[in-house]
Design a protein around this ligand. Sequence first.
Ligand code: FES
Length: 202
Amino acid sequence: MSLKKVSKDQPANFEFNEKSLEKAKKIISNYPKGKQQSAVMALLYIAQRQNNNWIPLSAMKYIAKFLDMPYIKVYEVATFYTMYNLAPVGEHFFQVCTTTPCMIRGAYKLIEVCKNKISQNESEISSDGKISWMEVECLGACVNSPMMQINDDYFEDLDEKKLETIIENIRQNKKIEPGSYKGRKSSEPENNRITLMDIKNA
Ligand code: FES
């Protein structure tokens, strides 16, 4: 697991837009009076969604004021959890799982493709500004490994060729389809097997 760096280029100001403000108020209303600080993680996530998938320091300061809590506490939360991006990411943000099941099934071959086709180092945006990638821990789709998350969607049963095609399609502004790249529905067994005793289709 890599550590996320805080961006050196920071916008001076941040505030919630109308939609985010509405969402934030709704979340805070779920907590008893005086316990609004418990909403900090959700509000950081709202800020990230509003700000092209990353959280600037000014958003942490804004949230600290919003929740009446010390800025350092918001900073601690934002820098502890890896799902918060603290620097800009590509328009298509690849999170490549390299935990054991995905690793055994070729995750590091996918990392090589990312290095060669996107950027040599993780968390660097490709020269066309379209893609960035990083390694992450298990995303809970081990049965369909190796897999990665691109923005909000899972792309599963990948290999180098399939990933290269996905990257090519993004570069050509073509739609990319999430799901299994072996045509499996959800995590059903391969080759139409129905039970473990189904030897002929194994
Ligand atoms: S190990 Fe990759 S999804 Fe679980």
